[in-house]
Ligand binder design. Structure first.
Ligand SMILES: Cc1ncc(COP(=O)(O)O)c(C=O)c1O
Length: 404
């Protein structure tokens, strides 16, 4: 008899976004004329840059001609894309990452979720609290965690690293030593960043204990402060202890096109076993590559024109972030993030619970955000707003919140 993977039953359900959808639906039904502004979900709104659109058209035409048609992409991605990434994202920043160490995929979410497969089931994971849920849930599905404790809002056998106002939403080195450490900076949901000195401490800690850091840099394009590292490989020794995830979603608006990559250095080993061949094997066996036309679109992001255009989009969103941050601060809210990240993390006023604030904001301002408690227990009494909206609507949302 077939048996289901019962680890899936440990997951409490996608409560957060289904609950948000349900509450909006109910409100809209009772108030059909309400003009609701959504600053909740982290999806972009600006169209794809013209240089990227041109590359897409050209690549589509190539697919229609027998001389230039392409079938399956190479397992690890096209050389033209891997080499431009190696050069522009890494070598020009002083990071020694070769094209061969870059694995092209259709986005960071699947890579963040799949990477755990190349590690032993006995590995203990550490995650930030609050956290982007993919890191935890993918390990739950694999059976690497215990049961869910609904009182605590946590899974057993996971090391949660609190990110609080006191530590600037940057976790401290844990006392219990984890095998796998998930870090995401600039952070979703808090918008916090980690300075180079602190990141170096994490790298040193991981090397000392034989841990591997799984570093999600999906939002690196939003860093404006020259002192903040864009890549973990800016730290000494990171080639021996870290894997890095990158995404074109928030960098260049590819949430619908789908493109990302993962860096696995050749030196990286877990208990003496090199991880590059394992990830190459996994990629080759379970994945048939991001589409040629999308990889060409990704290449165009690195052209001078493409780079200028996507940086313009990032600047547009960061101006939204500034408007939200400044507007709420002036209105007396305690806000953080929003400077090197497209997320604004605000403390709910008067000790309100995250969901209470969600309801108040929906009812009194017709604005939707994301309750911080949905990202983990330390997100309680916090709320996330995103800078990915349209400018006028963002300004209107801030005005409405100020008038509340
Ligand atoms: C921290 C983080 N990592 C990864 C992703 C997923 O990126 P992608 O669209 O490339 O799958 C997101 C998307 O919101 C994210 O917030």
């Amino acid at each position: 008899m077939a048996k289901a993977n019962q680890n899936y039953l440990k997951l409490p359900g996608s409560y957060l976004f289904s609950m948000i959808g349900k509450k909006i639906g109910e409100y809209q039904q009772q108030h059909p004329d309400a003009d609701i502004i959504r600053l909740g979900i982290g999806d972009v709104t600006q169209p794809i840059a013209p240089a990227v659109i041109r590359a897409l058209h050209e690549a589509v035409d190539e697919m229609g001609s027998p001389d230039t048609f392409r079938g399956y992409a190479p397992d690890l991605g096209y050389e033209f894309l891997r080499s431009v990434i190696s050069r522009k994202d890494y070598r020009e920043r002083g990071c020694d990452i070769s094209a061969e160490e870059i694995f092209i995929s259709d986005g960071a979410k699947c890579d963040c979720g799949n990477i755990q497969e190349i590690f032993d089931m006995e590995n203990r994971i550490a995650v930030c609290d609050p956290v982007y849920p993919v890191y935890v849930d993918s390990n739950v599905m694999a059976g690497r965690t215990g049961a869910y404790d609904s009182e605590a809002g946590r899974f057993c056998d996971v090391i949660y690293m609190p990110c609080t106002e006191q530590n600037g939403f940057v976790p401290e080195l844990p006392d219990q030593i984890p095998d796998l450490i998930y870090l995401c900076f600039p952070n979703n949901p808090t918008g916090a960043v980690m300075g180079k000195g602190m990141l170096q401490e994490w790298v040193d800690y991981a090397r000392l204990h034989g841990s591997v850091i799984l570093y999600d840099a999906a939002y690196e394009a939003y860093i404006s402060d020259g002192e903040i590292p864009h890549s973990i490989y800016e730290c000494e020794g990171a080639r021996e202890c870290a894997i890095e995830f990158r995404s074109f979603s928030k960098t260049a608006g590819f949430t619908g096109l789908r493109l990302g990559f993962t860096v696995v250095p050749k030196e990286l080993k877990a208990d003496g076993i090199a991880l590059w061949p394992l990830w190459a094997r996994r990629h080759g066996t379970k994945y048939n590559g991001a589409p040629y036309i999308i990889q060409r679109a990704g290449e165009a992001v690195y052209s001078d024109e493409g780079r200028r255009q996507v940086m313009g989009q990032v600047a547009y969103y960061m101006e939204n972030a500034r408007i939200i941050y400044e507007g709420l601060k002036e209105a007396g809210y305690t806000v953080s993030g929003g400077v090197n990240a497209p997320y604004i993390w605000l403390k709910t006023p008067g000790g309100m619970k995250s969901w209470e604030f969600f309801d108040a904001l929906l009812e009194r301002a017709n604005v939707v955000g994301t309750p911080g408690s949905g990202f983990g227990p330390h997100g309680e009494h916090y709320f996330r707003l995103t800078a990915f909206g349209d400018r006028e609507r963002t300004m209107e949302a801030v005005e409405r919140i100020r008038r509340m």
